[in-house]
Ligand binder design. Structure first.
Ligand SMILES: *Cc1c(COP(=O)(O)O)cnc(C)c1O
Length: 368
């Protein structure tokens, strides 16, 4: 029997070689490799400034601080995302306000945002879920009208584009994650990109104890230690040189799944609403009919060596620390419904075509 994991890093010998070089150089933190990685992100996103951090969560925390989010502020975001998107709001003492999602893109529904705006609203965190950009056209218009700032949670969307612009350059500040399972990894890591010099400077200080840039031991306010190591950056730099290939291979696997699953009427394959999807996850929706349901499909595939996972089993308002007010069962109908149907299938650049066919075949067998 085959064993097919959900994800797998895309390494060749180069990552190892570059990491060893860093170890031998003696310069382990915020050296040339980190500077190079920051430059690579500027190039890829087209943003003017870039700051490396130790992970994507600290990038979000830093970004929210840099735009001036304070205790008492409200920040609008989606309830259907990884928990870090919303936890970062609590980290600056603000309050998360959730807005339901669209049934196709699974991203925040821009038509519902204005209803959630109050005099306390400071910003919107927009997540490009599974690698597909949200409707930034409409969201940025709303933000402009109400003088709100927009933070792009681009943790899952490196390499994606939207109306001629790159993910990482769609909002006031953007945050990437380079976690082990992300499309591009440095094991752990984060990158902030922005076109604002003032946000950039605040990020640089916040990353290192509130220290003024280039002026050691002079502190302008509270900061943290969110620095990235050159060991991480060395891995990230090699990965970034493969970004185009990584994206192409993921999109090819998604196409194979789309074709293979198109005749199954109880499966909804991912809908590309706009022009771009980089498939951080390939996530199907399983419509329960007869004996068919998401959880038993997952168990069946596991028995055949195929790892799957539910991203995400619970909308975030169900977690008490994120929910200042328990929403009624009729609120957030889409997020509630989608959380019960989604199942993410294996996708990674080295996943073989025969393995995709094997998975598709097993799903057909399950349905019979
Ligand atoms: C991975 C991820 C994060 C957090 O990144 P870490 O590097 O794991 O801290 C934030 N938001 C989303 C949507 C993510 O997928």
């Amino acid at each position: 029997m085959r064993t097919i994991p959900l994800s797998k890093p895309f390494f060749n010998g180069l990552e190892k070689k570059e990491v060893l070089k860093v170890l031998l150089s003696g310069k382990l933190v915020q050296g040339q490799q980190v500077a190079r990685l920051e430059n690579q992100f500027k190039k890829v996103t087209g943003a003017k400034f870039s700051i490396a951090t130790n992970n994507g969560t600290s990038a979000l925390h830093t970004a929210l601080h840099s735009i001036g989010t304070k205790p008492g502020d409200e920040v609008i975001t989606t309830p259907f995302t990884f928990i870090a998107s919303a936890n970062s709001i609590l980290m600056v003492g603000a309050k998360p306000v959730f807005v339901d999602i669209e049934p196709d893109s699974l991203n925040i529904d821009p038509n519902l945002i204005e209803n959630a705006i109050t005099p306390k609203t400071k910003a919107i965190i927009v997540v490009n879920l599974f690698g597909q950009p949200a409707n930034f056209h409409q969201i940025n218009q709303i933000a402009k009208k109400h003088k709100l700032l927009v933070v792009e949670d681009s943790a899952q969307s490196i390499g994606a584009h939207y109306q001629g612009r790159r993910s990482g350059n769609l909002a006031d500040v953007s945050c990437f994650s380079l976690y082990a399972t992300k499309n591009v990894t440095s094991a752990e890591g984060g990158i902030i990109t922005t076109n604002s010099e003032s946000f950039f400077k605040k990020c640089v200080m916040f990353r290192q104890h509130g220290q003024l840039q280039n002026q050691t031991y002079d502190y302008l306010g509270l900061g943290y230690n969110y620095r990235m190591t050159d060991i991480q950056a060395a891995i990230g730099n090699v990965q970034m040189s493969k970004l185009a290939k990584i994206t192409k291979l993921r999109q090819k696997i998604a196409r194979l799944y789309n074709e293979g699953l198109s005749d199954i009427n109880w499966i909804k394959t991912p809908v590309v609403v706009d022009e771009s999807h980089v498939y951080h996850q390939y996530t199907i929706q399983v419509q329960p009919v007869g004996g068919i349901n998401r959880d038993s499909l997952s168990t069946f595939l596991k028995k055949h060596g195929v790892q799957t996972k539910v991203f995400y089993p619970k909308p975030l308002f169900e977690f008490p620390h994120l929910s200042y007010r328990k929403p009624s069962q009729t609120e957030f109908p889409i997020a509630r419904k989608i959380a019960k149907k989604v199942l993410s299938l294996p996708i990674y650049p080295s996943l073989k075509e025969v393995d995709v066919r094997y998975i598709v075949d097993k799903i057909h067998r399950y349905g019979r």
